[in-house]
Each structure stands twice: as structure tokens, then as C-alpha cells.
Design a protein around this ligand. Structure first.
Ligand code: G4P
Length: 536
């Protein structure tokens, strides 16, 4: 395969290692309204990516209403551009992978989380851990992704910081180590005390405006924040140091401890501190588990995997962009990569490099980066790309959908077209597709209702297939596996009406209730029923 790829310069390994080491690839996880969009904007402003900030805001507002969201989603330019935001600061390259905020799209979010090395968990200071925060956190935990916590909206009425820290520890079973401490609350919020560096950052100061003090007993503190707030800080900081775990880099990297920052995205406060934390603590791309071997980022040969597919701007051509997270090596324009699943060669003639500052400049990408590869549907979510090696990365998951519907065709003449359309949209990850074993109408599975709206609209607009949905008798599904092949066949035979195959031919079982699922698990102890399936 070497002959197909441009020659790599001497010292390539060192160069790959150095470029990988300065990458920080992360996502922001948050419950809607906690401030993810505002924080994203402020992070990008920090990196000089001002022109993109507007697009982020447009998207943030747009997703609040359904019709607007679909309009913006059809206008693919914005979503593609904001799917990956790259900015540089102090010699480091930050890749921020956007995750859709709407909870209906959590499946897309989950997959994106397989492509990051760290996550920032944004909490609304008045609300703490909310339902969506917890769900997303659980996905991070599946891969032990290190998490930095940003307690946002400190400029408003907030809950007691000790209570918030306690909530993180008890609801997420994660040690929480405050690295900053808020001084004053709500309208009295004066800034933060850096518990590690022992300096005070006033709320109206910029990133470099921290004031170094001799310590909390320094009388200058009283002059800076007033005697009452200084006294409260002394007491709280002493308690925090005594009662909260100390920041421990190793525990953070293993995903068992989160450093906690306090700030206000809206007031643009605490963002620099958070970025410093990301720069200092968040890991660069690391070793990634694969079959049959682990891949190290500094390897000269390129490897990567597809974690997201997005239909391209021009619906007539059905072009799609596959988002590829690079795990090792260097990507340059014109490379041909091997799609391991099929053995096919995939030309990468015009990779999309997502550099916010100047997209034209980038001609190469490195481990930790994400590039968009245009293709006509060859690439699928979960695909591994290499320079020839037979290797598969693990871990792009599918989640058992909670809404299952039959697809009802208005015009039976369009059955073939519907099949093609559903296959393509399933590959793109818009919905999951199941074919019941008894030959009844295909079933689509989604995490949220909004996905069905998008499916219906795209079937009509892009494929000219008007279709509707019909309730099924099921409310959940599970993938079924076993080492006992005959037991699997027996299960499929006895449950033809309540079983099917997914898009990749894997056996699935449908259930009308959780009680029925439990019954099946008891009756078929030799089978395993999975709510999550790793692709490939
Ligand atoms: P999301 O992406 O997580 O859903 O949250 P987003 O950033 O859109 O923020 C949700 C709301 O919270 C917005 O107000 C935003 O201005 C506000 N907000 C974000 N960060 C802070 C903060 O640090 N302090 C305060 N006080 N408010 C904050 P909105 O009125 O719903 O929307 P908008 O009209 O401002 O866009």
C-alpha cells in the first residue's frame, strides 16, 4: 500500500509524536440550557475563531424550534462547519467536537464521545446535575473519558458550592476536586480564588489579570474583595481543602476524579482558567484499543475511524461527509486509505480540514484531528481506515432505541425506492433500521421523536418517497448474542414475530414491556440481551 501514499519524511515518527502531543480533542456535555452554546462561543473567541462564533449562536437559537432546526439542518453548511471547531492557543491545537444539544439526538452525541479524549461537563450553578448531564456522563464513563467540570452561571443565584460538589460525588460516583473557589455569590460574585496557584482572579479581569497573593491570610485580600467576602472565602477554602479530594492528575486521567472550575460563560469569566485546565490536564491523543492490536498515536502509518456521517450540502448528489477521527500518523491530501470492513481503497482527494481561523491553509492533519471525507455512501459509522493494515478500532456504539415504528408507504410502487432510502439513512445514522423475521413492514428505531420528523422530511425531500409511521406493539429492543449458535437459532425460530435483524444482520428481539424483557432473560439464560452494541 506504500506506493499509493505520498512519501513520509525522515523523522516522521518524531513529527507525528510532537503534533499529537499538542492536540486536545474534547466535547462539551451539558443538559440543555446549562450554557454549552455560550461557552463554546467564548472558547472560540479565545482561539481567534470569531467568524465561527456567529454560526454557533445561530445554531443554538435555531435548535429551539423544530421547524427552524430542520431548515438549518437542511442548510448543511452550518452544521458541517460547526461539527468540529479547531482553534489554537499557546501552541496547542484544540479540537472541539460539537454534539447536538437536543436530547432527541443523543445517539449522535454518544458516538461523538467515542472520538474525544476528554470532556467538559457544564453545570448550571443553580441546578447542578440534571437528567441529560447524567446520561452523557454515563457514556463518558463507558470509556473512562476524563471530565473537567465547569460550574456555569456563577453571576446568578447559585447553589452552595459544597452542595454541588457533594452532588457530583454522590450522583456520579466521581471524586470532585475544586481547583477554583467562588468569592461572593450571585450579584456579589467577585471572582475566583485559585486553590492550586493561590491567586485571585477578579470577575472583570481578563485571563492575565490574576492577582498573586501571599496566601489567604494576605490582608490585600480584604482590600480586594471586602472584609465580609474575604472572611467567607477563608473559611470555605479551608473547609474545601480539608473536606474535598485534592486534585490528582492520575485519577483525573483514569476518569475517577474531576477538577471543578467555577465561572460565567455569559460574563466571559473563568474561560481562560478552564482552557488552562484543558491544556494542562486533558490528555493528548492516547493509545486506542483495536483488533488485533492497540494503536499508538505516534505511529507513522495513518489510522482513523468514522464516528459520524452527514449528508452533504447538495441533496441531488447524495454526497456524504464521513467524519474521521485520526488515531495515528499523518493525513495529507491525495492519500488512498483502506476501508478495513470491505477492503476497498478510499481516495481522500479533498479532505475537509476544520480549522476555524483559515480553512484553506490546512493541508495535513494529525492524531486527534477530525477530517471530513466526502464519499457516496461507501463509508459507514464505525469504519476503520488504515494505510493497508487489517485492523479495527472498537467502540463506536449503537444504543437500543426507545421508539419503534413501522414505516408505512403511501404509494406501494415506491417500495424499492423506500428500501434504498432507508438503507442509506440508516448508514448515515439518522435512524436504526430493523427487518422483522416474519417479513412484516420494516421497523425504524429512534431515540427521540424529532428523529422521526427528520426521517419523514428527508424521505420526501431527498428521495421523493412520502411515507408515514405506524405504531408497533413494542416499546424496546435488545441485541441478542450467544456462543451457543443453536440456542440463537431456536430463539429466532420461536420468536419470529418479535425478532428481527438490524442493518448489519445482527439478531434483535423486540419487547412490549420491560417485564417481558426480563421474562425472556430468565427463559433464555444462555443468551445475552444487550442495550448497547459496538459496531464491528
Ligand atoms: P445550551 O447551549 O446549553 O442550551 O445553553 P445556552 O448557551 O444557549 O444558554 C442558555 C441560556 O443561559 C441563555 O439565555 C444564555 O444566555 C444563558 N447563560 C449562559 N451562560 C450564562 C451565565 O454564565 N450566566 C447567566 N446569567 N446566563 C447564562 P437565554 O435567555 O435562554 O438565551 P439568549 O437569549 O441569551 O440566547
Amino acid at each position: 500500500m506504500d506506493a499509493l501514499t505520498p512519501a513520509v519524511a525522515d523523522g516522521a515518527r518524531e513529527q507525528v509524536a510532537a503534533e499529537a502531543a499538542r492536540r486536545r480533542t474534547f466535547a462539551i456535555i451539558a443538559h440543555p440550557d446549562a450554557g454549552k452554546t455560550t461557552l463554546t462561543e467564548k472558547l472560540l473567541l479565545r482561539g481567534g475563531a470569531i467568524q465561527l462564533a456567529g454560526a454557533v449562536r445561530a445554531k443554538g437559537n435555531a435548535r429551539r424550534t423544530r421547524s427552524d432546526w430542520m431548515k438549518i439542518e437542511q442548510d448543511r453548511g452550518i452544521s458541517v462547519a460547526t461539527s468540529v471547531m479547531t482553534f489554537e492557543r499557546d501552541g496547542l491545537v484544540f479540537n472541539l467536537l460539537d454534539t447536538p444539544g437536543h436530547e432527541d439526538f443523543s445517539e449522535d452525541t454518544y458516538r461523538t464521545l467515542t472520538a474525544v479524549d476528554a470532556a467538559v461537563m457544564v453545570l448550571d450553578a443553580a441546578k447542578g446535575i440534571e437528567s441529560q448531564t447524567r446520561k452523557l456522563f454515563e457514556v463518558c464513563r463507558l470509556r473512562d473519558i476524563p471530565i473537567i467540570t465547569f460550574v456555569n452561571k456563577m453571576d446568578r443565584e447559585a447553589r452552595d458550592p459544597f452542595e454541588l460538589i457533594d452532588e457530583i460525588e454522590t450522583t456520579l460516583a466521581l471524586d470532585a476536586a475544586p481547583v477554583a473557589w467562588p468569592v461572593g455569590r450571585a450579584s456579589e460574585f467577585a471572582g475566583t480564588w485559585d486553590l492550586l496557584e493561590k491567586h485571585f482572579l477578579p470577575v472583570d479581569a481578563d485571563d492575565s489579570g490574576a492577582i498573586q497573593l501571599a496566601g489567604l491570610d494576605d490582608p490585600k485580600l480584604d482590600a480586594l474583595v471586602g472584609a465580609a467576602r474575604a472572611a467567607a472565602l477563608r473559611e470555605e477554602a479551608a473547609l474545601a481543602e480539608a473536606a474535598c479530594p485534592e486534585f490528582d492528575l492520575e485519577a483525573f486521567r483514569q476518569g475517577t476524579l474531576t477538577p471543578v472550575f467555577f465561572g460565567s460563560a455569559l460574563r466571559d469569566f473563568g474561560i481562560g482558567h478552564l482552557l488552562d485546565g484543558l491544556a494542562r490536564y486533558a490528555p493528548p491523543p492516547g493509545a486506542r484499543a483495536g483488533d488485533p492490536r492497540e494503536v499508538l498515536p505516534a505511529e507513522e502509518k495513518l489510522t482513523g475511524f468514522v464516528f459520524k456521517i452527514q449528508a452533504n450540502m447538495d441533496p441531488n448528489h447524495r454526497d456524504r461527509v464521513a467524519f474521521v477521527r485520526l488515531c495515528s500518523g499523518r493525513l495529507v491530501k491525495g492519500m488512498r486509505l483502506k476501508q478495513v470492513r470491505t477492503g476497498k481503497q478510499v481516495p481522500v482527494n479533498a479532505p475537509l480540514f476544520f480549522f476555524a481561523k483559515d480553512r484553506q491553509v490546512a493541508e495535513e492533519a494529525w492524531p486527534g484531528d477530525v477530517v471530513g471525507v466526502a464519499n457516496h455512501g461507501t463509508l459507514r459509522i464505525g469504519d476503520t481506515l488504515t494505510e493497508g493494515e487489517q485492523l479495527n478500532f472498537r467502540g463506536v456504539p449503537s444504543f437500543a432505541p426507545e421508539i419503534l415504528r413501522h414505516v408505512r408507504l403511501e404509494d406501494p410502487m415506491l417500495a424499492k425506492k423506500l428500501k434504498t432510502a432507508l438503507d442509506q439513512l440508516a448508514e448515515e445514522g439518522v435512524v436504526q433500521l430493523f427487518r422483522p423475521l416474519d417479513g412484516s413492514l420494516p421497523v425504524v428505531g429512534v431515540v427521540g421523536q424529532l428523529q422521526l420528523d427528520v426521517l419523514q422530511s428527508r424521505l420526501k425531500v431527498e428521495y421523493g418517497v412520502p411515507a408515514g409511521f405506524q405504531d408497533t406493539i413494542w416499546s424496546m429492543m435488545r441485541w441478542v448474542t450467544s456462543d451457543d449458535r443453536t440456542a440463537l437459532d431456536r430463539f429466532a425460530q420461536t420468536n419470529r414475530r418479535d425478532a428481527g435483524e438490524d442493518h448489519d444482520g445482527a439478531l434483535v428481539a423486540f419487547f412490549g414491556s420491560d417485564w417481558r424483557r426480563k421474562r425472556a432473560e430468565e427463559e433464555w439464560p444462555m443468551l445475552r440481551f444487550h442495550a448497547v452494541r459496538e459496531q464491528h
